[in-house]
Write a new protein. Structure first.
Length: 47
């Protein structure tokens, strides 16, 4: 397609992947809390 620069699209893709990776890295400390919340919720729902 005309008007699209291959270099800029690669740069934007790498930046997007980096941002998603950083957000995942920052959310790692919440995994035990989320697992405990899900476990408590399942224990309360199931008899």
């Amino acid at each position: 397609m005309g008007g699209r620069n291959l270099g800029m699209s690669w740069f934007a893709g790498i930046v997007c992947v980096a941002v998603i990776g950083a957000l995942l890295w920052l959310s790692l400390p919440m995994l035990p809390v989320l697992a405990q919340f899900a476990g408590d919720a399942l224990r309360n729902v199931l008899p």
